[in-house]
Write a protein that binds this ligand. Structure first.
Ligand code: AMP
Ligand code: TRP
Length: 339
């Protein structure tokens, strides 16, 4: 695929997701749904950031499958290789090269101030440098394509601010090169997991997998924690204190929501029945995605071809930026041969 003339005029958008396997409801409501919609309007680049996934080691046996499964999730929900560039980060080594170059304009103090770094580094006795340098690679991802906008969740705001700072410093030191990308923070906020407490996250085991069959969706949703004060069926519930109700908001019509809330408050419907409604809604809403996913799982060669074509397209753009950056930094010794 080549850049259409329209690409040059549309704002370029970049975002990435780490391959921790099949996407879940939080990924969908918080990110993917929005990415799909943005393809209408923007020149989008969607990246599976496997180089990010190894910043603190990781499992080399699991990673290839996780990367493939996330690619299937991307395609299943409607990220569209005809309209966007979809690829795997490690297929475009320019990401890691630019990250190295950006090390030169990134103060260690700025990296140490990152909240995510402070959280993550506590889990290690000896902190891998990758955990500290993670945001430099993220800045490289974005700046490599001179993206103007980056749709991310609230938790990434600080990393985006650092990306802008890195762009400013680079431009000030070596000449105007990078636009400062704007963070497009999603409205969905934090989707709470089935434990009713923490952010829905694969590592916490509190997710609803996006592509699960209806039975498997029910297996998960039936475990969801509801209003803790509603112990017996006859206790009136409080929808505003129930995570299942929060999830209903994303799937039920206004009328249904009204009914769900009323029956909950009056204790005329139990939590199990209420969860059943949610489970059915989720399974129905994602039926077309399951169908598409089944197709790609049965035809893995198609996924490979899409990712390889995406990487090639990304690489063409990436090489251009890198040539410019290397030259600005003096990494073009042949210039010494010129008179
Ligand atoms: P992660 O799986 O944490 O790498 O996140 C990938 C993308 O999904 C990011 O843009 C997150 O903001 C979004 N995301 C992940 N989990 C949630 C959640 N529980 N609520 C909202 N957005 C989420
Ligand atoms: N750090 C992001 C996350 O954990 C993933 C990511 C890597 C990213 N590179 C990016 C997001 C570039 C936006 C742009 O969700």
């Amino acid at each position: 695929m080549t850049d259409t003339p329209a690409d040059a005029e549309r704002t370029r958008v970049f975002s990435g997701m780490q391959p921790s396997g099949e996407a879940h409801l939080g990924n969908y409501l918080g990110a993917l749904r929005r990415w799909v919609a943005m393809q209408e309007e923007y020149d989008c680049i969607w990246c599976i950031v496997d180089d990010h996934a190894i910043t603190a080691g990781g499992d080399p046996v699991e990673l290839p499958g996780h990367t493939f499964d996330l690619a299937v999730s991307f395609l299943a929900v409607g990220l569209d290789p005809e309209r966007a560039t979809i690829f795997v980060q490690s297929d475009v080594p320019e990401h890691t090269e630019l990250a190295w170059l950006l090390n030169a304009v990134t103060p260690v103090g700025d990296l140490e101030r990152m909240t995510q770094y402070k959280d993550k580094s506590q889990r290690f006795e000896s902190v891998p440098a990758g955990v500290l340098n993670y945001p430099i690679l993220q800045a490289a991802d974005i700046l490599l394509y001179k993206a103007g906008a980056v749709p991310v969740g609230e938790d990434q705001r600080q990393h985006l601010e650092l990306t802008r700072e890195i762009a400013r410093r680079f431009n000030a030191t070596y000449g105007e090169t990078f636009p400062e990308p704007e963070a497009l923070i999603g409205q969905a906020g934090r989707i709470v997991g089935l434990d009713g407490d923490a952010k829905m996250s694969k590592s916490l085991g509190n997710t609803v997998p996006l592509l699960a069959e209806p039975d498997a969706v029910w297996e998960r949703v039936r475990t969801a924690v509801t209003d803790p004060q509603r112990v017996r069926l006859s206790d009136p519930g409080r929808p505003e204190h129930c995570n299942v109700f929060s999830l209903h908001r994303h799937f039920a019509s206004e009328e249904e929501l009204e009914d769900i809330a009323t029956q909950c408050r009056a204790a005329t419907r139990g939590c199990v029945d209420c969860k059943r409604i949610l489970s059915d809604h989720i399974a129905d809403a994602f039926a077309p995605y399951r169908e598409r996913a089944a197709h790609y799982t049965a035809h893995p060669g198609e996924v490979r071809d899409i990712l390889e074509a995406g990487a090639e397209k990304a690489r063409t753009r990436a090489k251009e930026t890198l040539r410019e950056v290397r030259s600005r930094m003096g990494l073009d010794w042949r210039r010494a041969l010129e008179g």
